[in-house]
Ligand binder design. Sequence first.
Ligand code: HEM
Length: 366
Amino acid sequence: PFNVYDEMREQTPVRYDENRKCWDIFRYEDVQYVLKNPKLFSSQRNRANESMLTTDPPKHKQLRDLVNQAFTPRAIEALAPRIQEIADDLLAPHLATGQIQMVHDLATPLPVIVIAELIGVPSSDRERFKEWSDIQVKGAKNDSDEAFQELMVEKAKNHEELSSYFMNIMEQRRVLPEDDLISLLLAAEIDGQKLTDKEIVGFCILLLAAGNETTTNLITNAVRILAEQPQLQQQLREHPEMIQTAVEETLRYYPPIVAIGRVAKETVELGGQTIQAGDQVISWVGSANRDEQKFANADSFIPDRKPNQHMGFGFGIHFCLGAPLARLEGRVVLQTLLSHMDQIQLVPNTPLQPIQSAFVFGVKEY
Ligand code: HEM
């Protein structure tokens, strides 16, 4: 999509799309303006699934503060040895042949296992949990209405099962708290009020939905870049400290989430256009990340780019809660692959099929 964005930034940086009935914002400065003004551009688009992601201040901060402590860079860094162990275990069966199905064997299970442990899912339930998580983010088999309906029914049923599963763990943790997120949420209060069971379940499902597919795509997008640029592999082996900035550059260059939705609360002038209160607004961070006004050589992957104020994790009050975790997982996977494999390359003639979603950038399998 990136060359389309170039054209849009140039010709129609702020435009209304009659078909989709929404505004599209393409330049860095404008995208940043939208995301840093929650008073003008609300996140409350869909009341059915209320979560921190879809609430505005002041409720947003109350919700976010509940779980913040579990996601600080320091708290997350403590998970590094365990994440390394998981990455090693997932890679081990494939070292003999030297071949791995990146998406299926490593990039999908890793984030699911990490988040399951963080939430407090017992390891004996890991398989079942992974199935639920996969269904939660699954796309339809094909474009037909039937396939879509079928998927919706499957997802609703899945949501029920996942909810009653979390309810069950909650009952156990109420009696005997552990060092996990469910126990933390059970103890938490907002204005002296405990969270309801439904709110706690909602939190857990938000983390699954927000953290799994995105991190999978970060990993596969990063490894894809490595495979496309053999000299980069050597560079990172010689300068391991560059792995961290290379992960950051991946988030700029191939961001797993390319667009972020808001709804205008007031009439706003932006880029010479008038956005009316109630209008849907799509901020194309995938485009902002390639804006030459902000990034020199924006279309080049520069592994040690600094500064790198990309918006792959969004911007402002909703800036990704899981960013430290996603960064760590990305770093561990790249380190692990680079240290175990002399040459990372795609199996010849592997077609890279893009994931069919306007908001997501990633490939289905390789
Ligand atoms: C928010 C991207 C991984 C949890 C966001 C937003 C983006 C994003 C763009 C802002 C959405 C908005 O402004 O409306 C990503 C990417 C990831 C990733 C690219 C992986 C590379 C994770 C992980 C978790 C997570 C691992 C949790 C375990 C969340 C939550 C929010 C969020 C809870 C909402 C924060 C708020 O509303 O204050 N993420 N995310 N994300 N992310 Fe992530």
